[in-house]
Design a binder for this molecule. Structure first.
Ligand code: CDT
Length: 301
């Protein structure tokens, strides 16, 4: 058996005024819980270090850049990497990345169990809009502040497992999972910040949003015979509610762990990577069953 004890470390709300140091202390408390429960990998949400700042319209690029990290690890986040190294727990979390060349990405990193970064992913599917939108109840300005990721959907082999990452809105696109599935992915980790209500559609509330979120992750897991661990930043941030619903989904598409609340909360499951083998060698044996001559339209404009 190839087992990894995985923790999904849901974070509750982070207010605009909360410092990185405050948030990292909360993340360390979750990591300590994870250590006590024997976790070997802990998954944190998208933009884990700050409030979900794309809800705020900003015109001054200097102000925008205060939400970005220029290097990783940095002073504020180093304790996470130290904890990883000291206790042999791999971690993955999301943050806003400002590169030395001046590019802005919505990024996540993955470490090995020695606290070394072994993988980086930059969010490909950026939802929302560029300019202030008076037609919405609140803003979602990811397209204003980030460029689409330039790394594709890579996978890494670590802990005897093929691991890939995606971020939030990516989980709604079947192509995300399939591109990693074609690389033999066995574990997809992702974090999200999903508003509990639809800013453009009155009446679409939390229940429907939770349903769509799970629907996508369960389908992605089943159709690619992979574990999927999806972790929320939840709770009410400066008056704006984000849904919870962090889950661990097995390669048959079943939810095996689910967060109960909207605060900092750890969900844990002992994940057997060999559970991926059956689907990958039978109904989703891509080499035998895919009919790519009929799929060309997917990659045309
Ligand atoms: N962070 C993120 O990608 N959130 C989106 C909200 C979409 S509404 C503009 C999501 O897909 O959950």
């Amino acid at each position: 058996m190839r087992e990894i004890v995985i923790g999904g470390a849901q974070l509750g709300a982070i207010q605009k005024s909360d410092s990185r140091e405050t948030v990292v202390r909360r993340m360390l408390a979750l990591l300590e819980q994870a250590r006590q429960q024997g976790c070997e990998l802990v998954v944190f949400p998208e933009l884990a270090l700050t409030t979900f700042f794309p809800r705020w319209y900003m015109e001054d690029q200097r102000e925008v850049d205060t939400w970005f990290e220029r290097e990783m690890p940095n002073e504020a986040t180093r304790p996470l990497f130290d904890f990883s190294r000291e206790h042999g727990i791999a971690i993955t979390f999301g943050y806003a990345e400002l590169t030395p060349e001046g590019h802005h990405y919505n990024t996540s990193v993955l470490t090995d169990r020695q606290g070394n970064i072994i993988g980086k992913y930059r969010k490909v599917h950026l939802p929302g809009h560029v300019e202030f939108d008076t037609g919405r109840d609140f803003q979602h300005l990811e397209k204003r502040y980030f460029e689409p990721g330039d790394l594709g959907f890579p996978t890494w082999e670590n802990q005897d497992t093929v691991i890939g990452m995606c971020i939030c809105n990516d989980r709604r696109w079947p192509e995300t999972y399939r591109v990693m599935g074609l690389q033999g992915v066995e574990l997809v980790t992702l974090g999200y910040n999903t508003p509990s209500i639809n800013s453009q559609k009155r009446g679409e509330g939390e229940q429907q949003r939770l349903f769509h979120s799970e629907l996508c992750m369960q389908a992605g897991a089943y159709q690619n015979a992979t574990w999927v661990v999806g972790v929320a930043k939840a709770g009410v941030e400066d008056g704006f509610p984000l849904m919870g619903g962090s889950v661990i989904v097995d390669p048959n598409g079943f939810v095996v762990a689910r967060a109960k609340g909207q605060d900092d909360e750890l969900i844990v499951h002992r994940c057997d990577m060999d559970l991926c083998n059956f689907g990958k060698t039978t109904i989703f044996d891509f080499a035998r069953h895919r009919r790519i001559e009929h799929y060309g339209i997917i990659t045309r404009q």
